[in-house]
Each structure stands twice: as structure tokens, then as C-alpha cells.
Design a protein around this ligand. Structure first.
Ligand SMILES: [Zn+2]
Length: 309
């Protein structure tokens, strides 16, 4: 595959608290702010606690999920008295770190999240993002404390709904398992290691290192699965099966158990073989998602380096 060069990646934004009860990002950003880290070599660093009201309340959000507010349509909608807090906040963040799709946008935006699912470290990125994929490859080659995987969302930029889509390049780091409102040192250290390696990669990139291409694996969503429900009350009638719990990324075959009903029956996976992710994610109960099913894809990366003038 051909070689691709990019302008220097000198403006990095590190964000946390987009979901106010995901504590690794909140404390990572606070720590960087306390240490007044605003530059490392060739990289200027902006740190943002993105949803301060939700962080204060230790809730995912106050009015609506901030990490669904960054589509072109939502960012361009007029602000009125009834606009939810998070939509206002999305417009402020877009002005500060974007505007999305413009030359003024930060070069790279990394948003830090936690999941209650047993997913290790995941880099979540939108289509054909060679920078994010090369950083993912780098993290995967360096981090030994947990598996590092990539989740590929095949969504055009205009419809990309999460904060990282505001940067010229961007990705979310999703690390778990960690309960909402809880800090775990092992999880915090994974986030810290990933952020340190990200900055190290950017410095190497800006100083002219060539990053070789190659193949990387990623997981891409196929469909989501809701809990079994009572047709009258709509309440859930089963929990994640013990054999599926904590087994994110383990291939599910037809007939494998996925739910255990409260009356004792097992519900089995149906259809093609797929990989479950975000299994029993706390925040997805309200979205009526018990887990997502994904397929594994292989992406071929070009080699990349900084554009020389
Ligand atoms: Zn989150």
C-alpha cells in the first residue's frame, strides 16, 4: 500500500468527564491540569473536563448523553431556552476544540471513557482514520498490562456523534472494567500509560519517524441485543448469562448461552458467529442494549510520516 504523509500533529486535546461518572478520565484530566502539563516537546496539550455539571453530580449526564451531541445537524441547530445542557456544552466544546471539519480544529482529540464491561483497553475510531489506527498499533505493541483492541465505527464524519469527531483526527480510549463512580488504580494506570504512549508517538511522528504500514484487526458493530423483556411491563426478565459475563470479545456461536432468565431458563445466541462487546455495560440499560455484536475485520494500513515542507 502507498505511503501517506500528514501535516504535523502539534495540537493535542485530552478530554475526560464526557460521561461524568467515568472516573479515569476525570482524574487523568485533573492530574494533568494540576501538574500544569500544557506542552511536551513538539506537542501542545489542551486538557478539558468536558461535562463539569455531570462530573459534579457524578452522573453520566445531566439532560442528555453529551457523547451523542456532535453530529453536524445537532451542532448547527439553534440554541434556545429549552436546549438541553449537554447540547449547549457540545457547541462550546466545538468552538473551543473545533469547529468540527475546519482548519482550526485541534490536530488530535483523545476522549477518555470507562466501561463497566471487561474490555481492557479499546481504541474507538471512525472510518479510515490512519492516525488513530497507527496510534492503536503502537499502544498494542507497548502495553502488556491488558489487551488493546480497536472498535471501528463505519460512520461518515457529518453523522459521527461523539466528541472525538471534533478533532482533525480523534479517537476515544475506552477502558474497563470499572464501575461508574469508582476509581481503580489498575484501570487508571492503563489510561495513564496509554496517554503517555500517545504523547510519545506524536513526538516521534512530528520529528520525522516513519511508521510502517501493515495489517491490524478491529471489531465493527453488526447489531445490538436487548435483554429479554416482559411483553406487558417491558421490564427485563433475564440477566447476562454467567458464561457470557466478562467474556467480551469471545466468539459467540449459535446455541451459546447469552441470558439466564429469572425463572431459570437459558437464552441462546442465534444466527451467525459474532463477537460480543460492552457486555452488561451499566449505561446501556437505558438504551435497551445488553451487548453489541461485532465482527472482526482486518484493515491494511499505509505507512505514514509527517509532511515535510
Ligand atoms: Zn463514556
Amino acid at each position: 500500500m502507498e505511503h501517506v504523509s500528514f501535516s504535523p500533529l502539534s495540537r493535542l486535546a485530552i478530554c475526560g468527564g464526557t460521561h461524568g461518572n467515568e472516573m479515569s478520565g476525570v482524574y487523568m484530566v485533573r492530574e494533568l491540569q494540576k501538574q500544569k502539563v500544557d506542552r511536551k516537546g513538539s506537542v501542545s496539550i489542551t486538557t478539558v473536563l468536558t461535562n463539569p455539571r455531570a462530573v459534579d453530580a457524578c452522573r453520566r449526564y445531566v439532560d442528555t448523553d453529551l457523547n451523542r451531541c456532535f453530529t453536524d445537524d445537532l451542532l448547527s441547530a439553534p440554541i434556545t431556552d429549552s436546549t438541553p445542557y449537554e447540547l449547549r456544552r457540545a457547541c462550546e466544546l466545538n468552538a473551543q476544540l473545533g469547529p468540527k471539519g475546519s482548519r482550526e480544529a485541534v490536530d488530535l482529540l483523545c476522549d477518555i471513557h470507562n466501561t463497566t464491561a471487561n474490555m481492557g483497553i479499546c481504541v474507538i475510531f471512525y472510518s479510515s482514520n490512519w492516525i488513530a489506527l497507527h496510534i492503536y498499533k503502537y499502544l498494542q505493541s507497548k502495553i502488556t498490562s491488558a489487551p488493546v483492541r480497536a472498535i471501528h465505527l463505519d460512520t461518515p464524519s457529518s453523522e459521527a456523534y461523539s466528541l472525538e469527531s471534533v478533532g482533525k483526527h480523534g479517537f476515544a480510549i475506552e477502558v474497563g472494567p470499572q464501575p461508574n463512580g469508582v476509581l481503580r488504580a489498575d484501570i487508571f494506570n492503563m489510561v495513564k500509560e496509554a496517554v503517555d504512549l500517545l504523547i510519545e508517538w506524536l513526538q516521534k511522528f512530528n520529528s520525522g519517524s516513519v511508521f510502517e504500514g501493515g495489517k491490524v484487526e478491529a471489531f465493527t458493530p453488526v447489531r445490538s441485543v436487548d435483554y429479554p423483556r416482559d411483553p406487558t411491563t417491558n421490564g427485563i426478565t433475564a440477566a447476562i448469562h454467567p458464561e457470557l459475563q466478562d467474556n467480551d470479545y469471545t466468539l459467540l456461536h449459535a446455541g451459546d448461552p447469552v441470558f439466564k432468565s429469572f425463572s431459570g431458563e437459558t437464552v441462546e445466541h442465534e444466527g451467525e458467529d459474532l463477537y460480543p462487546i460492552f457486555v452488561n455495560e451499566c449505561a446501556y440499560y437505558e438504551k435497551k442494549i445488553a451487548f453489541h455484536l461485532t465482527k472482526k475485520i482486518t484493515l491494511t494500513l499505509p505507512s505514514i510520516s509527517v509532511k515535510k515542507d
